[in-house]
Design a protein around this ligand. Structure first.
Ligand SMILES: C[S@@+](CC[C@H](N)C(=O)[O-])C[C@H]1O[C@@H](n2cnc3c(N)ncnc32)[C@H](O)[C@@H]1O
Length: 282
């Protein structure tokens, strides 16, 4: 049977396919152009988001749900938006994911607590009024802007490393730092999206050498003077360790916050006692 026929049957839901089959068939038919997040990086994104069981998670550029699947380990309220009909169709049918077919740069995003995303990178030509920067439009920046408006608690996003380092992108970094709390900036290993030859042959996964990073943004937190978790793991195998370091870092910062809060409460109590004594003394 020709590859195209298999793909058409898959789209009609006529085959019995595992997740690997779906990835294989999809990449085989569509080829390069969509770079799905490999599982170790996807697990890291979901872990960094600290998703609570009652929370709703959204991936506005869902692809075949590589970020939605690890999020489902933490909550069953996970939704996606995907531009391409066939991608959305395969993910909904064979992976049982809640994905709406729409252009996320035009459609209304559903309410959510957490946004996980690896948005498309590149030129954004038809810049609408809401796009926050002068100069050339970038799709990844448009997605970040909308995500920070839409998520109630946290945005965890893969971005091109250039956005974190290029001089031209200083206004974007300023905007991010001035609006919200950036909790972490992690540079991903250069070969994160570079599968081994064996895997390329088997799944025909497209590869890209684009250097990427992860931004963790706390949309509830005002900008301030606090520690940003930063690291640049060298190998994809190190990514689970990054999550362990992140958890330790979070425990430490939360303990410091608690101590500050206790000190603040103690100070309030002392002031209250002083006022009472002062009133009694009058
Ligand atoms: C880099 S892939 C990431 C897919 C998936 N989230 C993952 O991490 O594997 C980006 C996905 O966004 C989709 N996409 C591109 N432009 C979009 C748009 N305007 N609205 C919604 N999805 C879009 C692409 O078709 C592709 O599947």
């Amino acid at each position: 049977m020709q590859e195209r026929e298999v793909y058409d049957m898959a789209l009609k839901g006529e085959l019995d396919l595992s997740r690997e089959d779906v990835l294989d068939i999809h990449y085989g038919s569509r080829g390069a152009g969509q770079f799905f997040t490999p599982d170790p990086a996807a697990e890291l994104l979901a872990g960094l988001a600290e998703i609570q069981p009652h929370e709703t998670v959204l991936d506005p550029a869902a692809g075949l749900g590589n970020l939605m699947l690890p999020a489902l380990k933490y909550t069953d309220k996970v939704k996606g938006i995907e531009l391409l009909w066939d991608t959305a169709q395969l993910a909904s049918h064979y992976l049982d994911l809640d994905i709406t077919r729409a252009d996320a740069l035009e459609a209304e995003w559903p309410e959510c607590d957490v946004i996980l995303m690896n948005p498309p990178f590149g030129k954004f030509n038809g810049k609408p009024d809401w796009y926050p920067f002068k100069g050339q439009g970038k799709k990844e920046v448009a997605f970040l802007h909308l995500a920070m408006k839409r998520a109630k608690r946290r945005v965890v996003a893969i971005v091109p490393n250039s956005l974190l380092a290029n001089r031209n992108d200083i206004p974007i970094r300023k905007y991010l730092l001035e609006k919200h709390g950036v909790l972490a900036s992690i540079s991903l290993p250069p070969k994160t999206f570079w599968k081994s030859r064996r895997e390329i042959n088997k799944w025909k996964w497209p590869v890209t050498g684009t250097h990427t990073g992860i931004l963790v943004i706390d949309v509830e937190r005002p900008p301030g003077d606090y520690n940003v978790f930063m690291c640049s793991p060298e190998n994809v195998d190190d990514l689970p360790e990054v999550l362990c370091h992140w958890h330790k870092h979070r425990e430490k910062t939360q303990a410091t916050q608690k101590r500050r809060c206790l000190r603040h409460n103690r100070a309030c109590l002392l002031i209250e006692r002083d006022i009472q004594e002062h009133v009694r003394g009058i």
